[in-house]
Design a protein around this ligand. Structure first.
Ligand SMILES: [Fe+2]
Length: 451
């Protein structure tokens, strides 16, 4: 318990008022000093008798009175006041602790829902290690296909407690089967622990459950024997169950995302089938775009947008008539105007798909030029979305190096010279620089166009 700060207590008006009325009723004049000898109440005057004021067995101050018969009553009343205040303070501290725990949980729930499965597992481990004594925390999830437990993440000062992959037997199997968390403070006395817990002596183990389904198990353990309490178990299980929902959502989201990207790719293939001269173009534009983005070091969110936008950049060609799209001779001005509409047409198609709103600027603006002479909006410089500036470089380079029925593609080195020449006019010089970085590290190379 915290040592009572008597000085602080006597700064409070309600306490002074209370002692005023007590001393008045008792007809006694007292003086109170703290341990350092500072007068907190009354004045020394002729007071000759003195008693200590104690709280939780510690002397926190002294009370002086002139009348020896009443000082004992004054001291015990003061002890009572001080003790009560201390208890209040302890209660407040406990409430504050609970509040801290709650906000931490809230923060945990908030953050955890924005992550992928591995990130959630790492986040969970960090929080478990902060709150519960453990030398190792391992998160293992069941593989839906093989039924084996796979180690997703591990933390703590001792590693390699759980195997990378294992059958759901022993204590982990038992916890998954029963759906109930367990504390085993003496692993050496529990047969189930033999093969699962390696060098740990005490463990706390919780199933990972969501929507009534077992997803896996989380184990925290200590090398030296330790007595995990019911409080530890409660807190551990709360964290694990929050993480379980987030992991379940993340798994679902990840599989939806995979299905979505597959659909997007099918859509892109449909465009290529209509425009047979661009065989493999979409894939190469995506490859080049990602290679450029990696040199630029764009954010994970922008990278995701870039992958989708580069695959779908010409989706609007669905709306262009066959005779224009498949024409092998020079386009008339009118036909070129029609081709140009594939950017806005692409935007119109994507406007119906909520998940793709973020990539619309990349699609609409991939034919804008850095000098403002592009289409459809004549945007200039940084007004053009970064994704569009990257696709413009990747798209043009591939168009230059690919064969068309009416012309042969430019040799790789000639196309590189052309890119260098157009940096700062047609293209963002920064993106062209990154493009050359990708050429240097062979992510963009002459073999891309073969096969
Ligand atoms: Fe295009």
């Amino acid at each position: 318990m915290a040592i009572c700060n008597l000085k602080k207590l006597f700064l409070r008006k309600d306490i002074i008022k209370l002692i005023d009325s007590l001393t008045k009723n008792m007809g006694v004049s007292i003086c109170i000093e703290d341990n350092a000898g500072a007068t907190l109440y009354g004045s020394g005057g002729n007071n000759r008798v003195c008693l200590p004021i104690t709280a939780s067995g510690q002397t926190v101050g002294l009370v002086y009175a002139h009348d020896g018969s009443k000082i004992a009553a004054s001291a015990s009343l003061l002890n009572y006041i001080v003790e009560t205040e201390m208890q209040k303070k302890a209660l407040a501290a406990e409430a504050l602790d609970k509040y801290g725990e709650l906000t931490m949980l809230y923060d945990f729930v908030e953050k955890v829902n924005a992550f992928n499965v591995k990130e959630i597992a790492d986040f969970l481990i960090r929080h478990v290690l902060e709150q519960i004594k453990a030398d190792n925390v391992s998160v293992m999830l069941l593989d839906e296909v093989t039924g084996l437990l796979k180690l997703v993440a591990e933390g703590g000062s001792v590693r390699n407690i759980a195997r990378a992959q294992m059958s759901a037997i022993g204590i982990v199997g038992s916890v998954i089967k029963s759906g109930k968390a367990e504390i085993i403070n003496d692993c050496h006395a529990d047969q189930r622990c033999e093969m699962d817990t390696g060098s740990v002596s005490s463990i706390i183990c919780s199933p990972v459950k969501a929507r009534e389904k077992a997803l896996g198990v989380v184990i925290a353990g200590t090398v030296e024997p330790y007595n995990y309490s019911a409080d530890d178990l409660h807190f551990f299980c709360t964290l694990v169950s929050q993480a379980a929902f987030a992991m379940d959502n993340a798994r679902l989201y990840e599989s939806l995302k995979k299905a979505f990207i597959k659909t997007v790719n099918t859509l892109a293939e449909t465009i290529e089938k209509r425009d047979p001269y661009t065989g493999g173009h979409t894939k190469r534009v995506m490859t080049y775009s990602i290679a450029i983005a990696e040199i630029l070091g764009i954010s994970a969110g922008d990278r995701e947008r870039l992958v989708l936008a580069s695959v779908l950049h010409d989706i609007g060609k669905i709306g262009i008539s066959d005779h224009v799209l498949r024409k092998t001779t020079k386009l008339t001005d009118e036909e070129f105007e029609e081709i140009k509409t594939h950017t806005t047409c692409g935007q119109e198609i994507l406007a119906y798909i909520e998940e793709l709103q973020g990539i619309i600027p990349g699609i609409r603006s991939h034919h804008e030029r850095f000098d403002g002479r592009g289409y459809p909006d004549k945007l200039k410089g940084l007004e053009i979305d970064l994704i569009a500036r990257i696709i413009a470089v990747a798209d043009t380079f591939d168009a230059m190096t690919s064969d068309r029925p009416y012309r042969k593609g430019l040799p790789f080195d000639t196309a590189l010279e052309e890119m260098r020449r157009c940096a700062g006019t047609q293209f963002d010089a920064m993106v062209v620089e990154a493009f050359f970085g990708a050429v240097e590290n062979h992510r963009i190379n002459p073999e891309n166009n073969e096969g």
